[in-house]
Design a protein around this ligand. Structure first.
Ligand SMILES: [Zn+2]
Length: 140
């Protein structure tokens, strides 16, 4: 893994090509003050094309978000120029304030300030359902 440009931070590798902007948004990386590099359509021997995100900053990211988007992403933790840890992701059992229910009659649609909560209803098909109204979330 090439961690050039990251002294202390996180490198997200094996992102499915085209998914990096969605991850960028969901993780709120635009709100960070540190250097963030996005590499799109890098060649990968294992997966064809992939995206990579490099974050040079000592921050915590929401691993549930990543696990939800694509649990094949590898999270590389870099400290002082060395790769110190690789984290493998799993589909999270619950998602809090990551996705929003699209059912117009759901309490989260009609009332403000309610926590958006989903649970993993079907691991094999990666299906999440709203904890309040049980609507299935349709992935983008
Ligand atoms: Zn709902």
């Amino acid at each position: 893994m090439n961690i050039d440009g990251v002294n202390t931070g996180i490198v997200l590798d094996h992102i499915k090509a085209g998914k990096s902007m969605m991850i960028y948004e969901l993780l709120g990386l635009d709100k960070l003050n540190c250097c963030v590099a996005i590499i799109q359509n890098a060649k990968s021997e294992k997966y064809g094309l992939k995206d990579i995100i490099k974050i040079d900053g000592d921050i915590d990211i929401n691993l549930d978000v990543l696990g939800y988007v694509d649990n094949n992403i590898t999270v590389n933790i870099v400290k002082n120029g060395d790769l110190t840890r690789k984290v493998h992701l799993e589909l999270p059992e619950t998602l809090t304030n990551v996705i929003k229910c699209s059912n117009p009659r759901c309490i989260t649609s009609t009332e403000q300030g309610i926590v958006h909560k989903f649970y993993l209803a079907d691991r094999e098909h990666k299906i999440y359902r709203c904890c309040y109204c049980d609507s299935e979330y349709k992935r983008r």
